[in-house]
Design a protein around this ligand. Structure first.
Ligand code: FES
Ligand SMILES: [Fe+2]
Length: 366
């Protein structure tokens, strides 16, 4: 699990204006709430007084109020009132981490990390939103008992289709049918079924809005550690783009926010059966993913036997290593040792400007 990326926190619908919402992910506890203008906020859930869960409290005057002794924290994470202290100003240390939020496509996303805005890996956009001739649907949300990296790797694995997805025609793909190329904050592969040259293929797939695409190709890529995209271009006006935003709830459970776009069978009345079809395919993947061992990918490539067709997975792991070297990887073993004894917070951007925070930052791999 990695800090310094955008993560889906909950759906827009799951966050009403009355109740704060508890979310545990990436080894920390978070609270999300809405202010009176509808703006969403995501904070560390642990009250800096004596560890109350802010999510069990109430939203009052655009603040979340701790249920234990009534301390109120605003959307910036600043404590603005301590009832037992009358009108005195709360001390500077009375604050919790607050994360940048973007609400898009019916999902509340938060940037869980402390990078300044200019350095943040961007949230991957759903390019088809608002484009004529495209229908965007979702989010459809589901949870799986698997580590999120295993799930992303499954999307980066063209070889499994032949065995896991018989109902989709069990497409047989061999390692020489694709190559891996780098994209911004990630890498991708494209399998060509239609006899195009590599360059034509790239151009066609880059233009996801090109409804004239006659090509027959499909590809996937990852953006950051937890966003996975798949494009399927069938002949004619039959293009399907899938976006999977993955939230690592724990080192063994993942919540997936799925958004899909298509330029055919338009009309929201088609959403249900299309989602059903997608979820049926996902169930075939999940049955495999929930039984992988070890649950998390081994620390070195030598503990699995990689073949040329695993190139997209290998490239993904190289990116993860790079992010680990930047100091963004959460130390899961330290997390396990401290469970129940230590409350950590993922450091928020404000920690760069001020010190004096009550919770220690989450342990990271050195
Ligand atoms: S624990 Fe939150 S106000 Fe005391
Ligand atoms: Fe699959």
């Amino acid at each position: 699990m990695y800090i310094n990326f955008w993560y889906p926190i909950c759906t827009a619908e799951e966050l009403d204006q009355e109740n704060p919402r508890f979310i545990e992910m990436l080894g920390v506890r978070l609270v999300a709430f809405r202010d009176s203008k509808g703006g969403a906020h995501v904070l560390s859930d642990v009250c800096t007084h004596r560890g109350g869960s802010l999510a069990k409290g109430k939203v009052i005057d655009d603040c979340v109020q701790c249920p234990y002794h009534g301390w109120s924290f605003d959307g910036e994470g600043q404590c603005v009132a301590i009832p037992s202290m009358g009108d005195s100003k709360p001390p500077a240390r009375a604050k919790v981490d607050s994360y940048p939020v973007e609400e898009k496509y019916g999902v509340v996303f938060a940037f869980l990390g402390n990078l300044p805005e200019a350095e943040r890996p961007p949230l991957y956009e759903v390019a088809e939103v608002g484009q004529e001739g495209w229908q965007v649907s979702g989010p459809v949300v589901f949870e799986i008992d698997a580590y999120f990296e295993r799930s992303v790797e499954n999307g980066l694995d063209p070889l499994h289709n032949e065995f896991v997805h018989p109902a989709q025609g069990a497409p047989k793909i061999e390692s020489d049918q694709f190559e891996v190329e780098d994209a911004e904050w990630g890498s991708r592969f494209i399998v060509n079924f239609g006899g195009y040259t590599q360059a034509e293929k790239r151009q066609k797939v880059a233009q996801t809005s090109d409804t004239e695409t006659e090509g027959l190709n499909a590809g996937s890529w990852h953006h950051g550690p937890n966003t996975l995209l798949t494009e399927i271009h069938l002949t004619g006006n039959n293009d399907f783009i899938q976006y999977f935003y993955e939230a690592p709830l724990s080192p063994s459970r993942t919540r997936i926010f799925f958004i899909s776009a298509r330029n055919n069978t338009l009309g929201a009345e088609n959403d249900d059966w299309i989602h059903e079809t997608y979820l049926k395919i996902a169930a075939e993947d999940i049955a495999i993913l929930e039984n992988l061992w070890p649950v998390r990918t081994p620390d070195t490539l030598t503990k699995e036997l990689m073949m040329p067709g695993d190139a997209p997975v290998i490239r993904y792991r190289e990116y993860l290593k790079d992010w680990e070297k930047r100091g963004w990887r959460i130390d899961l073993k330290a997390l396990k040792r401290g469970k129940g004894d230590t409350a950590w917070a993922i450091p928020c951007p404000a920690r760069r400007e001020s010190g004096n925070w009550v919770l220690d930052p989450i342990p990271l791999v050195e």
